[in-house]
Design a protein around this ligand. Structure first.
Ligand code: SF4
Ligand code: SF4
Length: 402
């Protein structure tokens, strides 16, 4: 007789028992605020996962809908006095859904796997999307998800090559590795170049090792947490064997994933720069304009580094730096959520766009690529010319390079 295959380990939902159902997290939940349905809030979702854990509840269509609607923004986890690890729980909950309904979300996973780690394809998709935007073809009838994808692409710059080394300018203080992210070389090339320029001016050599791969966040939060964790560890391996003070990256979502699951020290760029201000500071040109700063959930609730981008931008003379009102709420991007739950994503984005317009700011800055793309699509849909940029772009612009 053939030995039976070892069953896959069950996703661990036991931490649901840590929740005392006090409800303190509920008013902080953006999806509960929209629907006012207990099952769309953290306490309700934990109750559903507890029911599954205890074998009292099947993950039927209704249950899946409530769990799937979660943004993984972790505002609830941040506020929880009982330290319920909500982020890990909802990741495990999604793994349970995938194990019991493998066809659910298969299209989105196929799209993810077809584009991630394939920069040439990603660039083609980006160019096609920009063409659709330029010719306003999105006004023509086309499938809803395709239209959303087309509106997401930011302006593209020539891709950044991995494998290069950029020496510090001025007095050398150390060396860092720069994590690119799977979408970075295509959609964040300008941000990455600006990061190199500023890190060099801060006195750091910048190493950009090849074969970095993807941080694994989309897998981590998309029903395959084990795969996500192994991708994060593999990404950090690309920096092994080099003498580096830190691994830094421009996207807070990637750096949150690498910090939690990569197994080695990783820093979001603005956090690193504010912790390592040079003395004396390089001269910065005045930038007489107004910038609103959006704070991503990964920075606020996961990395918990706070307003480092605001603190950094306040170093630039004559730059009027304002925190975007409503920064305590998710913008609705939430990884692939902006594609899978378009109505909820748009409802959460709308107050951000209104707040930006009310401020009369010239630019909107965000440290996370997903948020920047989602907010940028919101601005473009409103026919505004403003683009969402990474804060480091302003710093690079203000630097006087001798
Ligand atoms: S997750 Fe925490 S804050 Fe929310 S109901 Fe449970 S114990 Fe209370
Ligand atoms: S992670 Fe965010 S959306 Fe999900 S339950 Fe917690 S607060 Fe609500």
């Amino acid at each position: 007789m053939e030995p039976s295959a070892k069953p896959a380990p069950q996703p661990d939902l036991s931490a649901t028992q840590q929740c005392v159902m006090c409800g303190m997290c509920v008013p902080h939940c953006p999806t509960y605020a929209l629907s006012r349905n207990e099952a769309d809030g953290p306490r309700g979702r934990i109750s559903l996962m507890l029911g599954i854990h205890q074998g009292r509840l099947e993950a039927d269509e209704k249950v899946i809908e409530h769990l799937d609607g979660c943004l993984s923004c972790r505002a609830c986890e941040r506020i929880c006095p009982s330290k319920v690890p909500y982020g890990a729980l909802i990741d495990a909950g999604r793994a349970h859904i995938l194990a019991t309904s493998p066809e659910r979300g298969a299209g989105m996973r196929r799209l993810r796997d077809a584009l991630l780690l394939r920069p040439a394809r990603l660039r083609l998709v980006g160019l096609a999307a920009r063409l659709i935007q330029a010719l306003r073809l999105d006004r023509l009838p086309m499938p809803g998800r395709l239209k959303r994808l087309a509106l997401l692409a930011p302006p593209l710059a020539p891709a950044l090559r991995a494998g290069d080394h950029y020496p510090a300018t001025g007095i050398r203080r150390g060396a860092v590795g720069l994590f690119l992210g799977c979408m970075g070389p295509v959609f964040e090339a300008e941000n990455l170049r600006a990061a190199i320029r500023v890190l060099n001016a801060w006195g750091y050599d910048v190493h950009v090792p090849p074969a970095q791969g993807c941080c694994g966040a989309m897998h981590q939060h998309g029903g395959a947490p084990d795969k996500g964790t192994s991708m994060a560890r593999q990404a950090m391996q690309a920096f092994a064997g080099r003498t580096l003070d830190a691994v830094v990256g421009v996207s807070s979502g990637c750096m949150a994933q690498l910090t939690e699951h990569g197994g080695a020290a990783a820093f979001e760029l603005t956090d690193f720069l504010i912790r390592h201000l040079p003395d004396p500071m390089p001269a910065l040109n005045p930038l007489p304009r107004k910038v609103a700063v959006h704070l991503p959930c990964t920075q606020r609730n996961v990395l918990r580094t706070g307003d480092t981008a605001v603190d950094l931008l306040k170093l630039i003379p004559e730059l009027d730096v304002i925190e975007l009102p409503g920064n305590d709420r998710c913008c609705g991007a939430a990884g692939t959520h902006m594609l899978t739950h378009p109505e909820q994503a748009d409802a959460l984005r709308a107050p951000k766009i209104e707040a930006f317009q009310a401020l009369g700011a010239d630019q909107l800055a965000s440290t996370n690529i997903g948020c920047a793309m989602h907010l940028g699509a919101g601005l473009r849909a409103d026919d505004r010319k403003a683009e969402v940029i990474h804060p480091v772009r302003l710093l690079a612009e203000a630097l006087r390079i001798p």
